[in-house]
Design a protein around this ligand. Structure first.
Ligand code: ATP
Ligand code: MG
Length: 234
């Protein structure tokens, strides 16, 4: 593999005295999609928080294009081009769809992803542009959350529970955007509970169990049974 855009090495992280992650290693190839799976409480969201500097971690535990960045604060990580689509979307409830996107665009980096381009990607949002984010369906809220990350023109997006709570047909709509996202040069780590779906999408897989990596490598190396086995820690 050429130099990964994002690497994690020996990452330990936790909350106070509670250690949630133990020696995590992973590599996100440039332009690739890495699927991150694992049962509830395995540490997936904690890993994203640690990568982004929302939890303390060591300088050499995270590298970006080969450079250590584990000492950087969250704002610096965002400026570097690492964006999060958080679990539960977390939109500004008092703002309209368009205002949510414009606010993110203004504070983000300049690049090819504009509010207009997000509306082209998710036409349902163009129709709802003046609606309050509270008036949207779950799927539309997820599209706004993804759009908000895109307009910051990141190099890497961390998608946490991209399809949680969405109807299957809506999940298809959300995933239909992925080729355009990756095609624009963005690399992604996607947390997904649907093992079959992530197997179809991901170049590489990492499975966590109780804070440890229990499976890691190119997706094609693993059978569905192996992934399920790692997932449930049987
Ligand atoms: N703010 C917190 N304070 C203390 N412990 C936490 C906190 N957030 C998570 N944990 C603990 O850290 C461990 C990992 O949780 P985390 O949320 O990262 O798991 P997850 O894989 O994202 O799970 P889920 O699929 O439920 O989102 C769990 O034992 C959880 O209880
Ligand atoms: Mg989580």
């Amino acid at each position: 593999m050429s130099t990964p855009i994002l690497s994690v090495r020996g990452l330990n992280a936790g909350y106070g005295d509670f250690q949630a992650l133990f020696g995590i290693d992973l590599d996100l190839p440039e332009g690739g999609l890495l699927g991150l799976v694992g049962a509830n409480g395995a540490g997936k969201s904690t890993l994203f928080k640690a990568i982004l500097g929302l939890l303390p971690r060591g300088r050499d535990m995270v590298t970006f294009r080969g450079q250590p960045i584990g000492h950087l604060r969250t704002e610096a990580m965002l400026r570097l081009g690492i964006a999060l689509v958080p679990e539960g979307r977390r939109l500004f409830r008092s703002l309209s769809v368009e205002e949510n996107l414009k606010l993110a665009a203004e504070s983000g980096r300049r690049g090819e992803w504009t509010v207009t381009r997000v509306f082209d990607l998710f036409p349902a949002l163009r129709e709802k542009r003046h609606a309050a984010s509270t008036a949207l369906s779950g799927g539309q809220q997820q599209m706004v959350a993804i759009g908000r990350a895109l307009v910051s023109n990141p190099s890497v997006i961390l998608f946490d529970e991209i399809s949680l709570g969405l109807a299957p047909i809506i999940v298809n709509d959300v995933y239909a955007a992925m080729p355009a996202i990756l095609g624009s040069g963005i690399s992604a780590i996607v947390v997904e509970q649907d093992v079959e779906r992530i197997r179809r999408m991901a170049d590489r897989l990492v499975c966590l169990n109780e804070g440890r990596v229990v499976l890691s490598g190119p997706t094609g190396d693993f059978t569905k049974a192996q992934i399920t086995h790692a997932y449930f820690g049987e």
